[in-house]
Design a protein around this ligand. Structure first.
Ligand code: XMP
Length: 519
């Protein structure tokens, strides 16, 4: 199997380490983030990087026992780029000096090339206007260079903004090239990787071929089950695994009756008819909605749904003879180990999968072919595998589904009204060409009835709230600024087309202080 050129990012705990990986992946470069504590000399050599980037971090190199790079790094003979804390680590370990505290610098700054360095290959395509806008965020700063280093760029507040030992191809910057505020940071990262010999050999087509080979090797002639949620991640994982091992894969689709209009049919048709993937469709809406009767607390809703999901999945999976593997659509951000400075190394594994904990319970081994990918790369892989565009680009949808968009008690009647209103709203958004600008949009049906007048009659129906947010990762969000025309037209359509709703409101809460979902 072909090995990609590999770049190692040593994580010292910066808030923006993931962005380094994002920028490199955009350049078709394969990279992995490893926390500094997990890297000793042997692990470093074993990774066999073609280049190494040292991330920023919140600590101070002047503090006794603060994080360092493995000693072997400096003898590997590969290019190294230190960013912020990474620059200070480089200076400390190679014989320079760093001082603490006297000059914190945060925010925008401008760097210019040092005398005689404008033509350096690390600066190709930069300084067209004579200076570059960069983003600084540091408390400590370098005060003396290590032997072999020279200053190649400065800013008014940072005489060592950019330094290099070109013989050893060690570079270090005081600012953060990975953030968007550093306007041409991507060019700097690209120049660094080009001089390290990277050719951009990480493409989705090659990833697909390698992933297929890997799945075949792992699974052999044994059986795999995959829990389909109807979301992009599990769907892409299923289609990829099916390409690798065909009918050795069986998908289990637990339909809890809390999906959007026609969603269950779409999933079943796509997988069964289009991809010919063996699929068990467990239609269990009675079970789920029955168990949710009288439940209005959101956390009890979530727990009830999660518990039943596992029961049904386990029951259905148990019917598949000899299944030894469970496939999951785990993504790279879910598995990145992040550095915790309060309590030593910590592993943050965010599991949105309702089958969490099941593999151990059922004695199954995991197949996770998306573990190395970011969300947008999963979408690219989905396109590569021929999944329909409207499916790939869909907004995220929570595991508990419409249950958490129906504050208070759930009834079949309310769910049906909600489904119809949601379909009209999304149709409006698509018609106005806004779908891709919005991170997530949905309707919540409110637990309140209001009086209205339609024709000559009085109505007494439910009120609903429209929600639409922009976001990067769902952690923070802002409401989408629809035009008044759009809102008016959508409200009219919902009230006219959806029996049971006579009042429409628009939710203009950001996150924080609100959350995206209503529950
Ligand atoms: P909140 O409402 O917390 O949502 O701002 C952030 C993102 O997470 C989704 N979400 C969930 N996803 N199970 C899930 O799988 C859940 O219980 C859940 N709750 C919220 C939400 O749709 C949004 O994308």
């Amino acid at each position: 199997m072909r090995q990609h050129q590999r770049l190692l990012i040593v994580d010292f705990g910066s808030q923006v380490t993931q962005l380094i990986a994002r920028r490199l992946r955009e350049l078709n470069i394969y990279c992995e983030i490893r926390p500094y504590q997990t890297l000793d000399d042997a692990a470093l050599r074993d990774f066999a990087p073609r280049a190494v980037i040292l991330s920023g971090g919140p600590d101070s190199v002047t503090r006794e026992g603060s994080p360092r790079a493995p000693d072997a790094l400096w003898q590997l003979g590969v290019p190294v780029l230190g960013i912020c804390y990474g620059q200070q680590v480089m200076m400390t370990q190679l014989g320079g000096a760093v001082e603490s505290g006297h000059h914190a610098e945060f925010g925008r700054a401008f760097v210019t090339p040092a005398e005689g360095h404008k033509g350096d290959s690390i600066f190709t395509g930069l300084f067209a206007t004579g200076r570059e806008e960069v983003w600084m965020s540091h408390g400590d700063r370098v005060t003396a260079l290590a032997p072999g280093f020279t200053v190649i760029g400065t800013s008014p507040g940072a005489p060592f903004a950019m330094i290099a030992d070109e013989a050893r191809r060690f570079y270090a910057v005081q600012f953060h090239p990975e953030v968007h505020h550093t306007t041409n940071g991507r060019i700097l990262l690209e120049n660094f990787t080009r001089l390290a010999g990277f050719t951009g050999d990480w493409t989705m087509a090659s990833y697909r071929d390698e992933a297929i080979a890997k799945i075949r090797e792992q699974v052999g002639d044994r059986q795999v089950i995959c829990g389909l949620s109807g979301g992009v991640d599990s769907s892409v994982a299923a289609v990829l695994i099916h390409e690798a091992i065909g009918d050795q894969l069986t998908c289990v689709f637990v339909d809890h009756g809390l999906l959007r209009l026609n969603e269950a049919e779409e999933v079943v048709t796509m997988f069964r008819d289009h991809y010919n993937i063996p699929l068990i469709h467990a239609e269990e809406s009675d079970l789920f909605i029955g168990a949710l009767e009288g439940v209005s607390d959101p956390e009890i809703k979530r727990k009830t749904i999660g518990r039943l999901f596992i029961d049904v999945f386990q029951r259905e999976a148990g019917k598949i003879d000899g299944a030894e593997f469970l496939a999951q659509g785990t993504l790279y951000p879910d598995v990145i180990e992040s550095v915790s400075f309060s309590g030593g190394p910590s592993v943050t594994i965010k599991s949105h999968h309702n089958v969490g904990g099941l593999p151990e319970k059922m004695g199954l081994k995991l197949v996770e072919p998306l573990r190395e990918l970011f969300k947008d790369e999963v979408r690219a892989l989905g396109r590569e595998l021929g999944l329909p565009e409207h499916f790939i680009a869909r907004h995220p949808f929570p595991g508990p589904g419409l249950a958490i968009r129906c504050p208070g008690e759930i009834t079949r009647e309310k769910l049906e009204i909600l489904r119809r209103a949601d379909a009209v709203y999304i149709d409006q958004i698509r018609k106005h060409g806004l779908y891709d600008e919005i991170w997530q949009a949905f309707v919540a049906i409110l637990p309140v009835k209001t009086v209205g007048v339609m024709g000559d009659g009085r109505t007494y129906d439910f009120a609903c709230a429209l929600r639409a947010v922009t976001s990067v990762d769902g952690m923070t969000a802002d409401y989408y600024p629809f035009s008044h025309e759009f809102l008016g037209e959508t409200a009219t359509r919902i009230i006219n087309e959806v029996k049971g709703i006579n009042r429409v409101t628009y939710d203009i809460t950001s996150k924080p202080p609100g959350t995206i979902e209503w529950e």
